[in-house]
Design a binder for this molecule. Structure first.
Ligand SMILES: *Cc1c(COP(=O)(O)O)cnc(C)c1O
Length: 429
């Protein structure tokens, strides 16, 4: 069976997914078979730069040798105990991650959506037990164009008709304000502060097309929450772990490497949600961090997951976070990000088909000058793949560019050349 699979070409493999898999994704027609650092190879051995990084899960690069070694070692020793018993990795990991990000406690889960669900549950329970909101009346404020995952409760407050349509009835208790609109947040707090338990926000909206809010939006919303006894919840599943040029996007311009020496210089959320790059792409690991006064509302039997906090996840996450620090990935993302946007700005100036470039660190997007319904961004991505660079359109006519953070300056310039060549080809086609 294994031999037979290995002899299948990309066309066969796409046909298999098409026939036997649910059609819940629309991938570019590229079948990947191997990865190393910033590179991936398809089933025919063609090499590509990865400019998506599995939606920022691969910040540390594909198959990072230290992460892979940790995973192998732990897999040979102990994989899963469930939380019916203690295991010898969980406590060590909990101490490590809470010190790394500066919180009292962590609640370990697997997928990002589970992390968000966990934060919602903690926030609601805190609202009833600590804030005194009447039972079942807690409100969590969210932002338009958000992306927090795919569960029924999470899509209940999505503004994307594909994500939400025909999946009702929806979970109540969420109210949406426009992103980056501090006045709307003020207005809803003025009206309903007593019932608002939390405000959940992405410090930069990734899926929506890499929207970077005004520099004071996050700080001011956190301050408003703080003044009104509302939990400020940061979903850093995509933006966190060095992606945007600092350990967390909420760190702003703080350049610390994990052990934040300037805690007061950044907006500390009451609840921080991490996922994706927490394992460097090796394993599904998510985490919800909060201080004792918040986390203590969760007691035995009230939340959990069979795999959450398993020994492989714990060991892998420690190494993945070590790599971020040891290899100075935040600094590299910051430096290369500035360079990348400067290079893309030259292309925006040169080619009418490119409207603008925006982003922070190595989470960037180029907006295509065409209707959101046109296939221009898709066509360019197909052509980029032909030229050896993998990127994916996101909402409308936007191409997200988010390579692994282990990229070198020289590799980045090679990628810029591929992008320039591709745009020129697209225009003359
Ligand atoms: C990817 C993502 C999620 C969901 O994570 P999954 O692991 O896909 O469930 C939630 N929030 C943000 C901001 C994300 O980017």
């Amino acid at each position: 069976m294994q031999k037979e699979t290995m002899s299948l070409n990309s066309k066969d493999l796409i046909a298999l997914e098409d026939k036997y898999g649910a059609h819940n994704y629309h991938p570019l027609p590229v079948v990947l078979a191997k990865g190393e650092g910033v590179y991936v190879w398809d089933a025919e051995g063609k090499k590509y730069f990865d400019f998506l990084s599995a939606y920022s899960a691969i910040n540390q690069g594909h198959c990072h040798p230290r992460i892979v070694q940790t995973m192998k070692d732990q897999a040979e020793t102990l994989c899963l105990t469930s939380r019916a018993f203690y295991n010898d990795k969980l406590g060590v990991y909990e101490q490590y991650i809470t010190e790394y990000f500066g919180f009292d406690k962590v609640l370990p889960m697997n997928s990002g959506a589970e992390g968000v669900e966990t934060a919602i549950k903690i926030c609601r329970k805190w609202g009833y037990e600590k804030k005194g909101i009447p039972l079942n009346e807690a409100i969590i404020v969210v932002c338009g164009q958000n992306f927090h995952g795919r569960t029924v409760s999470i899509i209940s407050f999505s503004s994307d008709p594909d994500a939400k349509g025909k999946f009702g009835p929806y979970t109540p208790g969420f109210e949406s304000i426009p992103y980056n609109d501090i006045d709307s947040l003020k207005a809803i707090i003025d009206e309903k502060a007593d019932k608002i338990a939390g405000f959940m926000v992405e410090p930069i909206q990734g899926e929506a097309g890499v929207f970077v809010p005004d520099s004071n939006f996050i700080k001011e919303s956190a301050a408003l929450c703080n003044a009104n006894n509302i939990l400020f919840i940061a979903d850093e599943i995509q933006t966190g772990i060095a992606r945007t040029g600092s350990l967390l996007a909420i760190c702003g311009d703080c350049t610390c490497q994990g052990h934040c020496e300037q805690q007061e210089s950044y907006t500390r959320p009451d609840i921080l949600i991490l996922g994706k790059a927490l394992s460097g792409g090796a394993y599904p690991v998510s985490a919800v961090l909060a201080n004792d006064a918040i986390m203590e509302v969760i007691q035995p039997g009230q939340h959990g997951s069979t795999y959450g906090g398993n020994p492989i996840a714990c060991a892998v996450a420690i190494t993945a976070l070590d790599v971020v620090k040891d290899e100075h990935l935040a600094q590299n993302a910051r430096k290369l990000g500035n360079q990348f946007r400067a290079e893309m700005q030259k292309l925006v100036d040169k080619f009418d088909i490119l409207n603008l470039v925006r982003g922070k660190g190595l989470l960037n997007a180029v907006v295509i000058n065409d209707s959101p319904d046109s296939s221009t961004a898709w066509d360019i991505c197909v052509r980029l793949a032909d030229n050896g660079l993998l990127a994916k359109p996101t909402h409308g006519n936007i191409i997200r560019f988010a390579p692994p953070l282990v990229m070198t300056e020289e590799q980045l310039m090679d990628c810029v050349a591929i992008i320039e060549k591709t745009i020129a080809e697209h225009i003359s086609a």
